[in-house]
Design a protein around this ligand. Structure first.
Ligand code: CA
Length: 228
């Protein structure tokens, strides 16, 4: 699924320009024109990346970035700040806002896309289209194919996303709630048992090449994709 980007910008012309271009580049876009509206949106659906304008009516983009970093649900959310040249830019450089990057207005669409890709690659590698190979298991997000020791492995879209997430987050243990947040995008309407169902399906999809053993259950905690 294409990454979902939240654009928070109060100037309609800039907002529209950014949204249109991101949509054309294949991203899904949700928009807000204030920090308050953005907070409400985020409660309903967690984006994969947030573009925050510094100067907003009410709470600033910097305030919003700090708030997002302080909340469990959004503390890992990749953030890029949009800022005006000059004083804002200088201040931002010296501030602990928790933003992953910032971009100075005016900027080209190409520059913005490059920054978004770079931040996603660093913070959410499962959102990029780079093929991943690990111990004979190969996943290609571009073609949606998975092979195990060069043999094709069949799996559904959810198992594919789950495997993509695991392959970009080796060894770490994730709870069912975390997996729902990261892989399903929003945990609000889905039961935790759903995760177990898809883990089981993923294991049987990986069985033909023996890679199913890499999907490990950590008792009382959740799941982990093991290194060997
Ligand atoms: Ca503004």
């Amino acid at each position: 699924m294409a990454p979902k980007i939240l654009v928070v910008e109060d100037e309609p012309a800039i907002h529209e320009l950014i949204s249109l271009n991101l949509e054309m580049a294949g991203y899904r876009v949700i928009g807000a024109d204030s920090a308050e509206q953005a907070s409400t949106l985020i409660q309903n659906e967690l984006p994969d990346l947030a573009l925050l304008d510094w100067m907003l009516p009410g709470a600033s983009g910097v305030d919003l970035a700090r708030k997002l970093r302080n909340e469990t649900r959004t503390k890992e959310l990749p953030i890029i700040m949009l800022t005006a040249r000059g004083e804002e830019e200088d201040k931002l450089r010296g501030l602990e806002t928790g933003a992953d990057d910032y971009i100075t207005k005016p900027f080209s669409v190409r520059e913005l896309e490059a920054r978004i890709k770079a931040v996603l690659r660093r913070r959410a590698p499962e959102m990029t289209a780079d093929p991943i190979e690990y111990h004979g298991l190969r996943l290609d997000p571009g073609t949606h194919r998975v092979t195990g020791h060069s043999k094709g492995l069949q799996m559904g879209p959810t198992e594919f996303r789950l495997l993509h997430f695991f392959l970009t987050h080796l060894e770490r243990v994730y709870t069912r709630t975390q997996l729902l947040d990261f892989v399903w995008g929003d945990h609000v309407f889905i039961e935790e048992r759903t995760v177990d169902v898809h883990i089981r399906r993923l294991r049987s999809a990986l069985e033909p090449s023996g890679h199913d053993k890499l999907v490990q259950t950590v008792r009382g905690s959740g799941y982990r994709f093991a290194k060997d």
